[in-house]
Write a protein that binds this ligand. Structure first.
Ligand code: MN
Length: 261
């Protein structure tokens, strides 16, 4: 049997609109058409309970808007990277996890308009909801203003964060490559790895690897040679970062960029 949709009660409606003003303050943009903002935050679980629309079409549009802004920024930041590499970067940023992270920066979860079951399921915290509403929000801003305004708002809040996403994912995925990038950048040199110990029975061996770079030495242990190297590389990154050698260091990085340009 088809579920009968309810009218939204007037008090709830009033609350929804009041709450929208708080989000407008956070993002620093006042909508001409409040309906667009309300729609951008309305989850399908709400529109299946009540007589209203939801964010799905705005999400579809916002996906492109956010993708465009991020692409432009990546091209500007990495003028020498090829399309394949840029695509990988963009995919990391506009991934569900990536956009959910941006959404959390503006507390978007607090503003989602959710159906009852979705609230109970922890819908305000879920990456998929945050990512979708984030896209919808930027679709809505774009429709309410223009690309220039949308770009400015996006970059004002998230420019730093999108590059943090790239750096951190890279570190997480592969400390060894990250370390090599770091040492090449500042010293035009690379670290060396050496197994210094293998212990334990064949089926559960522990490997101990020594990583050496300049006067620095770190030790990593792991269940495989590769794991041990990763651990040692991770510690070496921490060491070098403590001395200010970091791919995250803005000042040094800006200097690098100027060299590149
Ligand atoms: Mn989506």
């Amino acid at each position: 049997m088809k579920k009968e949709k309810q009218e939204i009660n007037p008090l709830a409606k009033e609350n929804i609109y009041k709450n929208l003003e708080n989000l407008e303050k956070i993002i620093g943009y006042t909508f001409k058409n409040k309906e667009l903002l309300r729609k951008a935050l309305t989850h399908p679980s709400f529109s299946s309970d009540y007589k209203t629309d939801n964010y799905e079409v705005l999400e579809f549009l916002g996906d492109s808007v956010v993708g465009l802004i991020v692409s432009e920024k990546l091209i500007e930041k990495f003028p020498k990277k090829r399309e394949g590499e840029l695509s990988k970067y963009r995919a990391l940023i506009v991934s569900e996890q990536g956009l959910a992270r941006l959404a959390r920066k503006i507390n978007l979860g607090d503003f989602l308009i959710l159906g009852k079951t979705e609230i109970i399921r922890g819908g305000r915290e879920r990456d998929s909801n945050l990512c979708d509403a984030f896209e919808a929000l930027f679709g809505a801003i774009y429709l309410d203003s223009d690309l220039d305004t949308t770009r400015k708002i996006f970059l004002k809040h998230f420019e730093k964060e999108i590059f943090n996403i790239l750096k951190e994912r890279k570190i997480k995925q592969d400390y060894k490559s990250y370390l090599q990038e770091l040492t090449q950048k500042y010293f035009n040199d690379r670290p060396t790895y050496k197994i210094i110990e293998e212990r334990g029975p064949e089926h559960q061996k522990t490997y101990v690897v020594k990583c050496t770079f300049k006067e620095f030495v770190t030790i990593g242990e792991g269940s495989s040679k590769k794991n041990a190297e990763q651990k040692a590389a991770q510690k070496m990154i921490e060491k070098l970062e403590a001395y200010g050698y970091s791919l995250k260091n803005n000042k040094k990085e800006n200097d690098e960029n100027q060299k590149e340009n």
